[in-house]
Design a binder for this molecule. Structure first.
Ligand SMILES: [Zn+2]
Length: 150
């Protein structure tokens, strides 16, 4: 058997990079689908009418092939700029319950991580979105892996 004459393509090594971003925002865990009593039972003090704030940290993990020349998988500056523009500016010093994307959606860390995924998944400067992490408090970390669009 004769071997082909084309050079076999060598797979480039794949890495992930995780960048962290912070913003401060208020929210109130509440749904109009349930009675005030049930809301209070489920969400406890997070259901207080005036809401409360968090210093959120968002972890954005991007997956990409190594660029042989630069030794990098993505342009970090371009990534930072995109996340600032689409996520940080949108939520910083805002009340999440008033964001149109949260209309009829409870502003839990889970739903915030999912929304951030949707805001970024097809808007990255390069690479693929691998995971979104939201740190709400010292003890609460929410991770979300959604549908990986290109
Ligand atoms: Zn909270």
């Amino acid at each position: 058997m004769q071997m082909g004459t084309t050079t076999p393509s060598v797979a480039l090594p794949v890495f992930t990079i995780t960048r962290s971003y912070t913003f401060c925002a208020a929210h109130r865990l509440h749904t109009d689908q349930l009675s005030p009593e049930v809301n209070h039972k489920i969400f406890g003090k997070c259901n207080n009418a005036n809401g409360h704030g968090h210093n959120y940290t968002v972890h954005v993990t991007v997956r990409g092939e190594l660029n042989q020349e630069t030794g990098l998988i993505t342009d970090v500056e371009a990534l930072d700029q995109r996340v600032e523009e689409l996520v940080v500016k949108r939520f910083d010093h805002q009340h999440l319950n008033f964001d149109p994307a949260f209309e009829g959606v409870v502003t839990t860390g889970e739903n915030l991580a999912k929304l951030i995924w949707e805001l970024l998944v097809d808007r990255l400067p390069s690479g693929r979105l691998e995971k979104i992490g939201v740190v709400e408090t010292r003890d609460n970390f929410f991770g979300y892996v959604g549908d990986p669009r290109p």
